[in-house]
Design a protein around this ligand. Sequence first.
Ligand code: G4P
Length: 193
Amino acid sequence: MEALKQKILDEGRVLPSNVLKVDSFLNQQIDVKLMEAIGKEFALRFADDSIDKVLSIESSGIAPALMVAKELGVPMVFARKRKSLTISENVYSVDLFSYTTQKHTQVIVDQRFLTAGERILIIDDFLANGQAAEGLLKIISRAQAIPVGLGVLIEKSFQSGRQLLEKANVRTESLVRISSLVNGHVTFLDDGK
Ligand code: G4P
């Protein structure tokens, strides 16, 4: 997606440890117009897949997931990383380990919000090692719902997330694929074409 690529080139900053900082439009301040365009793009890509619900994970997946759900005219549910006061005891819960942060996080979805047989589209901001996506797939499986695919805004193709999802036979759509962040420079996978 050209607009997202350009935004990364204009505003992204490469931090040590292969991390791309995009807080000016995605991770803290949100570019709403860009999110709207992203919502339309994913809605087009999954138009023929009879999606019943969009599933994401807090916090940075919420903004794009909301826009995708709006375009598809379906509800959006996000997995929580903290138990809230109002959450019930009947939850699907998985432990996520982040290689990036080296931390374990418990991720939960109330069982009322995922139903057996529902066709689920997962939306998230980054695909790095695929731990978040794998965790959401486990939750979908426990709910006996159907994982139709995963849509991510930024795929770090030099990390192992895509391979993990291909192994699991999950259709993965990335709006932008980054092949390298070496020397502070963003290289896109299709730059060499
Ligand atoms: P994975 O789910 O693909 O395995 O990712 P990983 O555990 O490695 O990443 C942990 C967190 O770091 C996730 O966000 C993920 O989106 C984010 N992340 C990974 N690589 C990058 C990067 O290059 N740039 C940025 N900006 N984020 C990256 P999180 O901790 O859940 O944060 P948030 O959703 O609450 O903002």
